[in-house]
Design a protein around this ligand. Structure first.
Ligand SMILES: Cc1cc2nc3c(=O)[nH]c(=O)nc-3n(C[C@H](O)[C@H](O)[C@H](O)COP(=O)(O)O)c2cc1C
Length: 196
């Protein structure tokens, strides 16, 4: 019998190509690939995603009225067994790129809480991973980003997620000097891709 493959997607919320978030995420993807799975990465900065207008268009349907690159993301979120959200901390919060995508998931919120329909899990269940990188040593950005990411994950029916965060990582490529970050991210990828 053919083994069914786990469906894994990732969102990269950094605008910086080959920046710290992307380098960290690459290691998680490598861990996933070494486990025999693949991950589809959405680079949010280069996608056409309009900001939620709070128009109420999704209240009764659970569907957003806009047609843009969120169409492909909505579909991917629905089908995913594992979802990774990777973002730099900007002004004590997730990046605007990540937040644009998250706000547009209000349609999932309406579907879950108003229409009482959740996204059904497949046989692997649904799990998440949050990767955060910040340049400062203050961890307030981690606390607020984590709160937002948790609301996102629960809204899209991801009941549990792990978080890895790294502070005092500021200049492009600084993450490469961190003593454990790349290894942690790789191991987190392996853990995420495990079936149990
Ligand atoms: C607009 C902006 C706001 C930032 N705000 C914070 C912040 O509030 N807290 C923090 O720890 N780092 C902050 N930083 C630093 C970035 O989080 C840091 O440089 C990070 O390594 C960027 O990741 P990247 O290389 O993936 O883009 C900010 C950077 C920018 C550009």
């Amino acid at each position: 019998m053919k083994k069914s493959k786990m469906n894994i997607i990732a969102f990269c919320g950094s605008p910086r190509k080959n920046g710290n978030t992307e380098l960290l995420l690459n290691e998680t993807v490598r861990g996933i690939e070494d486990s025999g799975s693949t991950a589809q990465v959405f680079y949010l900065n280069v996608m056409n995603i309009q900001a939620c207008q709070d128009c109420g268009g999704c209240n009764e349907t659970g569907k957003c009225i806009f047609e843009d690159d969120m169409d492909v993301i909505y579909d991917a979120i629905r089908k995913a067994d594992r979802i990774i959200l990777a973002s730099p901390i900007f002004f004590f919060a997730l990046s605007a790129q990540a937040k644009l995508m998250i706000d547009r998931c209000q349609s999932f919120w309406c579907e879950k809480y108003l229409l009482k329909k959740r996204v059904e899990a497949g046989k692997f269940g649904r799990k998440g991973l949050l990767l955060l990188v910040g340049g400062m040593k203050k961890d307030i950005g981690v606390t607020s980003s984590e709160a937002c990411a948790k609301a996102f994950f629960r809204t899209i029916s991801i009941p549990e997620h792990d978080t890895l965060f790294y502070l005092k990582v500021d200049q492009k490529g600084d993450i490469l000097q961190h003593p454990t970050a790349l290894k942690d991210a790789y191991e987190a990828g392996k853990k995420l891709a495990a079936a149990d």
